[in-house]
Design a protein around this ligand. Structure first.
Ligand code: ADP
Ligand code: MG
Length: 242
C-alpha cells in the first residue's frame, strides 16, 4: 500500500494538559477518501489539529512524503500541501466571497495566478460566482461550506482535511458536500474526513478509521468498517449498511 501520509501512534494534548490522543494512527493513501468515525470526544478533531501542527505531537510520528511533520507550524504544514477546514469553517464573514477566495491564496506571491485560479474555482462552483460580492456571513450554511471547501483548492493542496463538513446542514445540502469532495478527488486531492454522520461518511469513503478514547481501534477499507457487526453495534448506532 502506498502511503502519502502515515500517522503513527501519536500522543498529543492541549498545552500542558493530559494526553487526548494516545496512540492515534492512520494510513493515508494518495487520491483516496478517508473517513474517521468515533463517538463525541474521541479525539477526531484533535487528530486533525495534531496533523496540521496546531497541537504539539508529544510522541509518535506524522510522516508526509518521507519527512516528519512533527514540530512544524500550521503555516509550514499548509505550505507542504496539507489544508485543514475546521468545523467552524474559518471564513471571514464580513468579507465578500471573492475576498474569502483571495484569502485562501494569501501566501501566493504571484497575484495574477491567484486571480486566475479564483476564476477557475468560480467556473466550477457557479454559486460562488453568483455570490461573489456578497458577504460570506450572509450566505446559507451550505453555500458557506461550499466556499470553505472550494477555497482550499486555490493552493492546489495534496491533502484536504475536513472536520464535520455536513454538520448542521439540511439533508439535501449534505449531498452537495459529498459532491464537492468528489470534485476534489477528481482533481487528485486526497481527502481526510471526520464525519458525525458515520454511515454516510463511510459510504463515500475508500478507507475507514475508528477512533475512540484517542486511539485508533480499527482501520481498513470503508466497506469492511461498514459491515463489521461489532463496529455497527458500537459506532454506527446498530445501523447496517444497506
Ligand atoms: N481546546 C481544547 N482544550 C482542552 N481540551 C480540549 C480542547 N478541545 C477539545 N478538548 C478535549 O479533547 C477531547 C477530544 O475532543 P475532540 O477532539 O474535539 O473530540 P471529537 O472531535 O472526536 O468529538 C475532549 O475531551 C475535549 O474536551
Ligand atoms: Mg470534533
Amino acid at each position: 500500500m502506498t502511503k502519502l501520509l502515515e500517522v503513527k501512534d501519536v500522543v498529543a494534548g492541549y498545552g500542558d494538559g493530559p494526553a487526548i490522543l494516545n496512540g492515534a494512527s492512520i494510513d493515508v493513501q494518495p487520491g483516496k477518501v478517508h473517513c474517521i468515525i468515533g463517538p463525541n470526544g474521541a479525539g477526531k478533531s484533535t487528530l486533525l489539529k495534531a496533523i496540521c501542527g496546531m497541537l504539539k505531537v508529544r510522541q509518535g510520528s506524522v510522516m508526509f512524503k518521507g519527512q516528519n511533520l512533527k514540530g512544524k507550524r500550521p503555516d509550514q504544514v499548509l505550505r507542504e500541501g496539507i489544508c485543514f477546514v475546521p468545523q467552524e469553517r474559518a471564513l471571514f464573514p464580513k468579507m465578500t466571497v471573492r475576498e474569502n477566495l483571495r484569502m485562501g491564496g494569501f501566501s501566493m506571491t504571484d497575484k495574477a495566478t491567484l486571480e486566475k485560479r479564483i476564476d477557475e474555482i468560480e467556473e466550477r462552483f457557479p454559486i460562488l460566482r453568483e455570490r461573489r460580492d456578497q458577504h460570506a456571513g450572509t450566505m446559507s450554511g451550505g453555500q458557506q461550506q461550499t466556499l470553505a471547501m472550494a477555497r482550499t483548492m486555490i493552493l492546489r493542496p495534496e491533502i484536504v482535511m475536513l472536520d464535520e463538513p455536513s454538520l448542521g446542514l439540511a439533508p439535501k445540502i449534505v449531498q452537495e458536500v459529498f459532491d464537492i469532495m468528489k470534485v476534489m478527488t477528481e482533481d487528485g486531492i486526497t481527502v481526510l474526513l471526520v464525519e458525525q454522520n458515520a454511515l454516510m461518511g463511510l459510504k463515500h469513503a475508500d478507507w475507514g478509521v475508528v477512533l475512540d478514547l484517542g486511539r485508533t481501534l480499527f482501520e481498513g477499507p470503508a466497506k469492511e468498517v461498514l459491515t463489521d457487526p461489532r463496529i455497527q453495534e458500537l459506532y454506527l448506532g446498530g445501523q447496517k449498511a444497506a
